[in-house]
Design a binder for this molecule. Sequence first.
Ligand SMILES: Nc1ncnc2c1ncn2[C@@H]1O[C@H](COP(=O)(O)OP(=O)(O)O)[C@@H](O)[C@H]1O
Ligand SMILES: [Mg+2]
Length: 429
Amino acid sequence: MSSVVLDKVTKVYPGDYLAVDRLSLHADDGEFLVLLGPSGCGKSTLLRMIAGLEEITEGDLWLDGEMANHLPPRDRDVAMVFQNGALYPHRTVRGNIAFPLEIAKSDPALVQERVTELSKALHIDETLDRKPGTLSGGQRQRVAMGRAIVRQPKLFLMDEPLSNLDAGMRTELRMEISALVRSLGVTTIYVTHDQVEALTLADRIAILNRGVLQDVGTPAQIYNDPATAFVAAFLNSQQLNLLAAGVRTPQNQYVQLDFGPHRLTMPWSDPRAYAISQHTGGQVLVGLRPDGLAPVPESYEGPSFYGRVRTLEYHGHEWLAYLECGMPAVPVPEPPDPRRRAGRDNGGRNGSGRVSGLVRRLFSQEVEHQEQEQVGANPNSGIHRRSDLIIRLGNRPVWRAGDAAKVGVDLSRIMIFTMDGARIDPPRR
Ligand SMILES: Nc1ncnc2c1ncn2[C@@H]1O[C@H](COP(=O)(O)OP(=O)(O)O)[C@@H](O)[C@H]1O
Ligand SMILES: [Mg+2]
């Protein structure tokens, strides 16, 4: 068993590509930590730096309290499982799982005992004498996992081990990984881009985007109280409604979020009102989950929006309604492009001196472009991707396309962010 500490770890790839940016994170002894994020956000890079397969450009890695930046991979006592579960094709399942113990010249009786025990736990005891070529994808991944864990490493690293499997097999193996790893008590860092895998497996989840850590916490913490608009949107199975609003505090009576054609009022008694009022005169982003909105009758006097139902969408277990109500949706703010960031002038950081004049020019154009986009986030300027509010209707739609409709807003469920996407209203954590 082992603990892992990453302290401001940075990875710059050749070409000034900033794949991981000053990331600090820890995994406690015996913890199951999931790294979650979209493809290309730096998850594998991070895992490979922990394994010693990739050099750390800057920052420190500590394994079990020991500085490990330059520790050779074989001295880290780390086992890794990859997406494609590469096995030795000419060895049987038994031979594959036993291999790391044979290399370590373990007692053959002990080897047999471990292989038998693990193959039962992984439900591959029937396949022990077969070659990998005769196995299904799920079975191959089980063998790869058995081989990785057989020498009882201090740290278990898994890089999207289920993403090549079909949905049914993924669910089955997901539960087995969870049971196996927890029964062994091995510290595990598990990489995935699948939010369901992360929410179901993790003790804690760390979410990355473009090499930047966005949030870390238990699944319930980051789902209920996401630290950024990106996290709120990424963990949403339906699309998150993200709207720009002006903040007002008329005669200091209450806090008002002004969406243009619609307004929401928050009394001072609301614990979030003070933090939001700090942005009076400016703009904020308001995140509303489709299940925090509900149809209400015309006579409803609570917080609400109104509009026309553009279309209804059937999802089997529920209907979603798209309501046209004159409030432009805002794209989710993201960190700057890693290609440009690595070349920024950042006070002597490695790599900053290597940037060419051309890249620097591109970078400054990008900044200008972003500033224009910021201006574009003004609700009246109209350069937005979509302008429909999405509402979850359950399995009996009360509306039809074309209906005029009123939507009640559960004020306790709205989330307020700066225009850069950082959470404003204090999370309840
Ligand atoms: N050896 C490399 N050289 C240059 N760029 C790389 C290298 N490996 C990965 N990258 C880039 O770094 C970014 C992060 O990659 P990766 O860590 O594999 O992301 P993820 O695992 O989250 O999909 C990607 O944009 C990728 O193209
Ligand atoms: Mg990857």
